[in-house]
Design a protein around this ligand. Structure first.
Ligand code: MRU
Length: 493
């Protein structure tokens, strides 16, 4: 496995647009600009007018699509500058900033931003098989619970695409092998196993032993695409619902403390905890973020600080161990974190260091919110004791960029996650509303709402109307519904 501290093998940079222009074919530029503009307007509108989830859902999918289709951009173009003395990367003038999807799917290749190399440089790598996708998840080229779920689905779809001409039994063996490799790449995030299960269910529905390899490949591709679009819509809903939950601070800026990275890099399009912050920022609410550096992998320092800088959100980096001091000083209004797995009773696994933060927040009477889509909820696991915590290499703790931080031979324990007991969580912000204790009935009811929402036929006509030229053939986002009704759910079941 690779740690961000260690030099990584040279990646395969992705080629520029076909005409050598790094912004890609000029005919696409206008369309991309249009949808980027739309994304900014949409976020502003949705954030300022409660109940605009419908607009957010429709347009966020389109905005994400335009970004997903953006060709590889070298550093310094379209907001890809590294965070340095010059501060935020220089986004295209006048366009919304802060969106940076970590993956794009182009034909038979998946292009990933190598998150191990951020913030120093933006390097894109491409993977073409499920095995390569599993490796990219394992070595954290791509990370963050929602993102690895979506990427795993694409990995399986790519596998099916390579098996169009295979014999049914060979195809079945290969797809199940690929599913296992992807599922086991990282054990804690339920989004990963959930995505693999959903893709296998689609495969089964298409006919596991069908002779029609094209139908299977096309069907699985459509399923993976639908998952990416649904995630986009869900994260947009979540961000809006979380925004209205933020505490009032009068004339002064809201001070948020966050841990790890929960932005677009971790989620695909919009973020969860960081998505809420970005909505607040785009809505014109003054907000300042304390960013935990997030030892040992430094997702906070390397990724969250980078994303906030790109979005233009004021922020201050904090050593993890300084959180108690900052909270004790009364400098924090609210703590927002993500989740890798939320058990049926609300116990939540997230990046190691989240649990001590929750204890500190409770000690100082600061509200502590977990912000996660319903795809991070695991009702089959009754409580936190049943959550498997990934153990990562000790070298991530004992070394930094090849330099020893501890005497050679020092033993180190490196759990990548910890579990925060439900009793320390003020609320769980989901795409189905803000849930409150007792979490068991609240989560069960939210899951049922989510199931019903998914069961409705996609509003294809409605979506196409809003999609314009880019969306004509896109799978429709989840139909608009009772997002506002789900807000501030009291968890009464
Ligand atoms: O090990 P990572 O970087 O994949 O861990 C990520 C986190 O713990 C995030 O907080 C979590 O996945 C939620 S991302 C919205």
């Amino acid at each position: 496995m690779t740690d961000p501290a260690r030099p990584v093998p040279p990646a395969q940079p992705v080629a520029d647009g076909p005409d050598g222009d790094p912004t890609g074919p000029s005919t696409d530029v206008g369309r991309r600009l249009f949808f980027r503009q739309l994304a900014g307007e949409m976020l502003q509108g949705a954030a300022t007018i409660v109940g605009m989830a419908e607009m957010l859902q429709r347009t966020s999918a389109e905005a994400a699509r335009s970004i997903l289709e953006e060709p590889g951009l070298p550093a310094g173009v379209a907001g890809t500058s590294v965070v340095g003395s010059s501060g935020a990367g220089a986004a295209l003038e006048g366009l919304p900033r802060g969106f940076r999807t970590p993956f794009r799917w182009e034909g038979d290749r998946l292009i990933l931003i190598d998150q191990r190399r951020l913030p120093e440089e933006i390097v894109e790598v491409e993977v073409r098989s499920a095995a390569e996708t599993a490796q990219a998840i394992r070595d954290m080229t791509v990370r963050g619970a929602p993102a690895i779920g979506q990427v795993a689905a694409i990995g399986l779809a790519m596998a099916a695409g390579r098996l169009r001409a295979s014999k049914p039994y060979a195809r079945r063996a290969t797809l199940h092998g690929a599913a296992n490799a992807l599922r086991n790449a990282r054990p804690t995030a339920v989004n990963l196993g959930g995505a693999v299960d959903r893709m296998l269910a689609r495969y089964e529905a298409l006919g596991e032993l069908s002779e029609d390899g094209d139908a299977i490949a096309d069907g699985m591709r459509a399923e993976a695409e639908a998952m990416v679009f649904e995630a986009t819509a869900d994260h947009g809903r979540l961000a809006e619902l979380g925004f209205v939950e933020l505490p009032e601070t009068g004339d002064r800026p809201l001070n948020v403390l966050t841990h790890c990275n929960t932005g677009p890099l971790a989620c695909g399009q919009f973020g969860t905890a960081l998505g809420i912050i970005q909505v607040a920022h785009h809505a014109g609410r003054p907000v300042h973020v304390y960013v935990d550096e997030t030892r040992p992998y430094l997702q906070g320092a390397r990724l969250t600080a980078w994303e906030l800088a790109q979005a233009g959100v004021p922020h201050t980096l904090l050593a993890d161990v300084a959180a108690g001091w900052v909270l004790g000083q009364g400098r924090v209004d609210v703590v927002l974190v993500g989740a890798d797995r939320i058990a049926a009773n609300g116990d939540t696994a997230n990046k190691v260091g989240t649990y001590p933060l929750a204890v500190l927040a409770a000690r100082h009477h600061v509200p502590f919110y977990v912000c996660a889509p319903m795809t991070s909820v695991d009702l089959a696991t009754p409580d936190g004791a049943g959550i498997k915590v990934e153990m990562r290499p000790p070298a991530e703790i004992t070394r930094f960029r090849g330099t020893p931080l501890a005497p050679r031979e020092t033993e180190a324990l490196n759990p990548a996650f910890d579990v925060t007991p439900a009793e320390l969580i003020t609320g769980i912000v989901t795409d189905e509303g803000v849930l409150r204790p007792p979490y068991e009935p609240a989560l069960a009811a939210a899951m049922e709402r989510s199931r019903l929402r998914r069961a409705r036929p996609p509003a294809v006509a409605h979506a196409a109307q809003h999609a314009g030229e880019a969306g004509a053939n896109a799978p429709g986002p989840t139909p608009p519904d009772d997002a506002a009704a789900g807000a501030n759910d009291q968890g009464a079941g």
